[in-house]
Design a binder for this molecule. Sequence first.
Ligand SMILES: N[C@@H](CCC(=O)N[C@@H](CS)C(=O)NCC(=O)O)C(=O)O
Length: 253
Amino acid sequence: MSISTIFQFPSQLLDERREMYEIYLDSTPNSRKILIMMAELGVPYQVQILNLIAKDHLKPEFLALNQNGKIPVLVDTDGQNDQLVLAESGAILFYLAEKHGQFIPASGQERFQVMQWLMFQMSGLGPMMGLSGHFSIIAPERIPYAIKHFGRESKRLVSVLDSQLAHSQYVAGEYSIADIACYPYCHMAVLGYGDPMQEYQHFHRWLSEIGARQAVKQAYDVDLGEVLVERLAKMSTEERAHWLGIERRATAT
Ligand SMILES: N[C@@H](CCC(=O)N[C@@H](CS)C(=O)NCC(=O)O)C(=O)O
């Protein structure tokens, strides 16, 4: 696994390096979620950048951390948790929010509202936007039905967010891990690759507010290299077909 490393030490925390998080990422929206959380918390961390095109995520060293072979992965090296290794961006955000007591209410209905919208992102918005991008940009075969279906479903989910944001400044009450989870895919879908969805004004108001946060800017300033989907889009159809048809994990027969 050829990885390059970036260290981020907020200066006030230089003497607390023992509480170091290690995060395994590539340049993708799920990775940005974790960088936003790190910046919001102001904790020191070390980024290990994997190259998904080079299939770093399928190498034994990485599969030992996440048998599902997907980034992001968090390793908590603070010693208190026996070096906790965690995959799934939603679980990572939830773990960090709980551990630091921030960005999720401690109890009550508000806590479960945050969970609801976190699940909405993890099971709906993320996969639908991901598949929409996959079929319109990456798939070596053009399947009009899939392009239309996942595009429409992504847009419908944005309309749901828009109606929620019509009466709420943030996705679920106060600023929370629900906003942190939703922002990167929405940012990418609207600004980069898809329909600008201009009719959803509350959604756009929220996008601008979240994008203007210091921590969010800091997270996007971390250089993870060219966005993965752009690297894939530059490959020939044959190269993409080869990459997608790769000998996946040993267990995925
Ligand atoms: N549900 C997972 C999804 C993780 C995921 O899809 N990661 C992608 C990049 S963002 C990946 O590692 N893809 C490599 C592959 O599937 O081969 C999460 O939210 O963390």
